[in-house]
Every structure is written in C-alpha cells, then in structure tokens.
Write a protein that binds this ligand. Structure first.
Ligand code: RBF
Length: 161
C-alpha cells in the first residue's frame, strides 16, 4: 500500500472478495471521520466483489469499545475478518494514550485469540484536520486500506487450508 495516499494501490494485486464475509465495527466518536472511514471500507470491499449481505456494519459508542464490539462480531457474526474503525484525537489530558493503548492491545489480542484477521483502522491524530485528511481527504481514506488488508489476510489464511 502507498503511504502518502492511503487509497492508491494496484487493484489487480488484491484477491477477489466474492466469497468472503466481513464485519466492520465503527466508533461513533468523531463521526465525520469514522463514518467516512466506514464508507470507504464498504465501497472498497464491494469494488473487490463482496455483496452488501456479506458485510455487517456495527457501531460502538467510542474507540475504547471497539475491541469488544469486534469480539461480538467474531462470536456471533459468522465473519472471516473484522475491520475496526475509530478516531482518537489528542486532547489536553492523558486519555489519548490510555484509549490508544487499550484499543491497540485489545485488537492484537483478538487477532491471536481467534486466529482471524482483526484489522487496525484506528486514526490517532493530533487534530481533526489530520484525521479528515486520512478519511477521504488529501491522504486518501484509511478505510480503503483497512478493507484491502482484510481481503489480503483472509486470502492468506485460506492459502493454508
Ligand atoms: N473516543 C473516541 O473514539 N475518540 C476520542 O477522541 C475520545 N476521546 C475521549 C476523551 C475523554 C476524556 C474520554 C473520557 C473519552 C473519550 N472517548 C473517545 C470515548 C471512549 O473511547 C469511550 O467510549 C468512553 O470512555 C466510554 O468507555
């Protein structure tokens, strides 16, 4: 994947998502950012062959709730991968560090516990503009990148089966 524009990639290098099922969990904090990430992820999955009924989108109140929301999808959702989307913006207090740390460790644990891809699509920025730049703005859409990563990881797992 490109690092400058998160939506720039070689379409043909991505496997077909025709027979894959995805969960997407979206934090409702900073919705102008996270809903744009979710739209990007859904559109990218569809572009690669996933149908609407192969994509379950669920919402949690804030990023701290993302790992549990993702676990619910893995437990009850019959999905091959879960894409996790949130946005934490640095404030004046330490909450930023605690939330980012909790979500990051939580997602890492889910990957290893379920032997299934849980894709890290959490924006951790200094301000809202940096987040908007990565949610369909000048740096593309991190949701697109998360979707491509999910497809590639499902395909990688299947290559062993
Ligand atoms: N959730 C986010 O997704 N992004 C944020 O930038 C964010 N900032 C927060 C700042 C403070 C001081 C607190 C207490 C919570 C914040 N949350 C944020 C919400 C958090 O992820 C979680 O939903 C709540 O703490 C309830 O568990």
């Amino acid at each position: 994947m490109a690092t400058k524009d998160l939506s720039q990639y070689d379409f043909n290098s991505v496997p077909s998502a025709e027979n894959m099922k995805f969960g997407i969990v979206v934090a409702e904090w900073n919705p102008e950012v996270t809903f744009a990430l979710a739209n990007g992820a859904v559109e990218t999955l569809k572009k690669h062959g996933a149908k609407e009924n192969q994509i379950a989108v669920k919402y949690v109140p804030g990023s701290f709730e993302l790992p549990l929301g993702a676990q619910f999808l893995a437990e009850y959702g019959d999905v091959d991968a879960v894409i996790i989307l949130g946005c934490v913006i640095q404030g004046e207090t330490r909450h930023f560090d605690y939330i980012c740390e909790g979500v990051t460790q939580g997602i890492k644990d889910l990957n290893l516990k379920y032997n299934k891809p849980f894709i890290f699509g959490l924006l951790t920025t200094n301000n809202q503009q940096q987040a908007l730049d990565r949610a369909g703005g000048k740096h593309g859409n991190k949701g697109d990148e998360a979707a491509v990563t999910a497809i590639k990881m499902v395909d990688l797992k299947r290559s062993f089966q």
